[in-house]
Design a protein around this ligand. Structure first.
Ligand SMILES: [Cu+2]
Length: 70
C-alpha cells in the first residue's frame, strides 16, 4: 500500500530528514521517501494506517499536512 503525503513548511534537508525519521518510526510503515522540493512524503505501508496518525505526527514536528492520497 502506498500513500502520498503533501506537506507544507519543510525548509531544508534537516526538515526532510526529521519527517522521514518520524514516519519511519510509525509501526507498519516499511519505506519512506521525502521529496523536499515537491514537499511530499511517499510511504509504503505494510498495514493500513490511519491518516489521522500520520497527520498528528507531522503536525507535532511543526509542519502542515495539506492532503494525503492513496
Ligand atoms: Cu529545515
Amino acid at each position: 500500500m502506498k500513500k502520498e503525503i503533501f506537506l507544507e513548511g519543510m525548509h531544508c534537508k534537516h526538515c526532510a530528514q526529521k519527517v522521514k525519521e518520524t514516519l519511519e518510526n510509525i509501526a507498519g510503515i516499511a519505506k519512506v521517501k521525502v521529496d523536499l522540493n515537491k514537499q511530499k512524503a511517499t510511504i509504503k505501508c505494510l498495514e493500513s494506517i490511519d491518516n489521522k496518525i500520520l497527520t498528528e505526527q507531522i503536525v507535532a514536528l511543526g509542519y502542515n499536512v495539506i492532503s494525503i492520497e492513496g
